[in-house]
Design a protein around this ligand. Sequence first.
Ligand code: AHG
Ligand code: MN
Ligand code: MN
Length: 351
Amino acid sequence: MASTPEKPATLSWTPPTPRSRVGITLETYILDGMMGSPAATGTFTSVLNTLSLGAKLITAHVRRAGLANLLGLTGQTNIQGEQVAKLDEEANEILLTVFGSRHHCAAVATEEMEQIVAFPKHDKGKYLVVFDPLDGSSNIDCNASIGTIFGVLRKAGDQAATEGDFFQKGRDLVAAGYVLYGSSTMLVITTGKSGVHGFTYDPTVGEFLLSHENIRTPQKGNTYSINEGNASRWTDDVTRWNQWIKGEDKESGRPYGQRYIGTLVADAHRTLLKGGVFAYPADKKSPTGKLRLLYEANPFAFILEAAGGKASTGRERILDIQPTALHQRVPLVLGSYEDVDAYEQFMRGER
Ligand code: AHG
Ligand code: MN
Ligand code: MN
């Protein structure tokens, strides 16, 4: 009589119940479509992975800038008339190289170059990337936090990209994010609808690992961030807001603490996580503001709104501004919804 077939051995291994997604790599997070709809397409995933590669390469340069005598200035000035630090140039070269090596990105606009760079043979690329390769250049030589800022836009059609393709409102960004080279290197990214997520770089494995899933900005904070050195140049409404935020009033939690690093990525990152308000208003020296719309204000406005915060010029929502020039500057206030609201009330003369 045939013996009864051996019962198959039961699985002797039970997968660990996942505590959370913390610790998974950025690539896995994107591939698993957790960045929301556009990530579903392979080409979009490729663009985000290219950004991650660029961030890893720049991190390597930043972490040894002091040793590889990348400190100091090149002696040139960029189209903004600003002294170009070697690291600005290095970071710009790295991002041009990585985006030029994959055809999904048709063209880039970078703070360091007057014109767009439309990659030959990339005409069919469906995406455009804007970036500030190295933000906070004045802080490079004193080892204070610096960053990289990026935004991803769609490109229509198969013809070569033109400058006009970049003149899209910030609300039409497909993704935005930044890399903060601080005590650790952290990449923060959003596609707008599926939350804002932070990935911390682990140099031992060379990967960005999920560390801050679904960052939300508190509705109200307790710090304000502005360069007080510009006080004599401010308009009256900014001066009145500044006096108010420093006034004594227990009920509204004033005076707010003052924090200012002078690197937008660092000041905005702290404000994103802890709340409060960051402002770089227009003033007598910078009549349209200092920060650039395409690759500084728009990406951060997109991120803050995705995290429940707010971003405006003080009068107009940043993401609704129709760009008319690649390097145009705007006044910028961003942070907790209530704190930006209060700032805007001063700009409207309601306080
Ligand atoms: P970048 O280094 O890319 O030119 O940007 C510098 C910007 C921004 O990072 C920061 O918020 C602002 O400059 C600081 O300006 P002040 O030094 O005038 O305060
Ligand atoms: Mn910058
Ligand atoms: Mn820069």
